[in-house]
Design a protein around this ligand. Sequence first.
Ligand SMILES: CC(C)(COP(=O)(O)OP(=O)(O)OC[C@H]1O[C@@H](n2cnc3c(N)ncnc32)[C@H](O)[C@@H]1OP(=O)(O)O)[C@@H](O)C(=O)NCCC(=O)NCCS
Length: 190
Amino acid sequence: MKRIIVVKNGEKILIRSLKKSDIEGVWANFNEVVDEGIYLPVFKPVKSEYEKKNWYETIINRKEVCIVAEHLDIKEPYNIIGQCEISNSEWEAALHIGILGLIVKKKYRDLGIGKNLVDTAIKTSSKLNNKKKIILSCYSTNERAIYLYKKMGFKIVGVRKKQFYLDSIYYDEVLMDLWIDDYLNKEKIP
Ligand SMILES: CC(C)(COP(=O)(O)OP(=O)(O)OC[C@H]1O[C@@H](n2cnc3c(N)ncnc32)[C@H](O)[C@@H]1OP(=O)(O)O)[C@@H](O)C(=O)NCCC(=O)NCCS
């Protein structure tokens, strides 16, 4: 699946599947969000080339989904301005489940890129991987992410109290689910 979208500021963004040449851009985005220090339960940026390549090989070998947003006027690796990954569950009896992660570069947030990434990743997971349900989690303080996921049909199915401890503060973890059929059927309603 590949499509060009025009976002709220009028810029054209290509939404497409991950390529090997995107590795640096994707990890630069991840590391920037780690540095922001309020969204991910991760303390240190990933610098290891081995780890980055290994992540890519895992996606390819396990036929997982990673959709990226490419800015067509920016040179590699900074052309990758967002990514949505839907990975497989480790459990054999849960192969119908996809686990979603989403990042958009700070400068490009609130333009609709996150929504388009999630939409394409869900549809690709359904078509290519036969996923039935998408699950995710985020900090309860992440109002933008929770708003976006609810807007797309995700439901809060639980809260793990004080699941993360960061800079001397506890954070609750919000767990959300979406059945792909519900999502696709909702789209059919005029
Ligand atoms: C969460 C994230 C991926 C969303 O990407 P995005 O491109 O900004 O998403 P969109 O533009 O499609 O949608 C964002 C929506 O949140 C709304 N929003 C912004 N701030 C908000 C807030 N504080 N409370 C509620 N809604 C908010 C925007 O208005 C927009 O809604 P609208 O399109 O209906 O107007 C992005 O903000 C991000 O990368 N955050 C840091 C990493 C992260 O939190 N990842 C998710 C962890 S699970």
